[in-house]
Design a protein around this ligand. Structure first.
Ligand SMILES: [Zn+2]
Length: 172
């Protein structure tokens, strides 16, 4: 959201790797007024932006476009199947596979860099009201390493990179 009263346009850039680095195709748009949440219909603006992004993928990265479509139907099947009880081992295995795939996808979105950037931004925002710039610097230097370790641990646990304590065998 713009803080100066004007609506600043944002740029959403294609990260698909090419021979010369990330593709870089840029779509310019107004800030979204709604963040889509799974289970709720996406806002109209979000849907329009996604259409534009998908159009780019279809044209410039057709392989990826096709695999997104395949993953879309797999995900739909997964969402439906998990609401049913079944004794079909193949279906259960397919559900497990989809779940593992989803975990991998979420892991990719939270790189170490993005975890650090999120913590830094959150700390700065939280401290800005009551602290001077030099106090913020000092507090960030002190808190950032501790929070980074904690957040990476949570990320790894959620994405299946490490086992949660509850997954492990209970102590004898
Ligand atoms: Zn691209």
């Amino acid at each position: 959201m713009a803080t100066n009263g004007t609506l600043v346009k944002l740029q959403t850039k294609c990260r698909v790797p090419t021979e010369t680095g990330p593709c870089g195709h840029t779509v310019t748009h107004f800030p979204m007024d709604a963040i889509p949440i799974i289970g709720q219909p996406a806002g109209k603006k979000v849907a329009e932006l996604v259409m534009a992004l998908m159009g780019h993928l279809q044209k410039k990265h057709p392989d990826i476009f096709v695999s997104i479509q395949a993953m879309g139907s797999t995900f739909m099947g997964f969402l439906a199947l998990r609401l049913f009880e079944t004794s079909d081992a193949a279906l259960l295995a397919a559900c497990d596979q989809t779940q593992a795939h989803l975990r991998q996808l979420s892991a990719l979105q939270f790189s170490d860099e993005s975890v650090e950037a999120t913590i830094r931004n959150t700390l700065r925002k939280a401290l800005a009201a009551k602290h001077t710039e030099s106090e913020i610097e000092a507090l960030c230097a002190e808190l950032q390493p501790v929070l980074t370790v904690a957040m990476r641990g949570v990320r790894d646990a959620l994405t299946g990179a490490v086992q949660l304590p509850s997954d492990q065998a209970p102590p004898a």
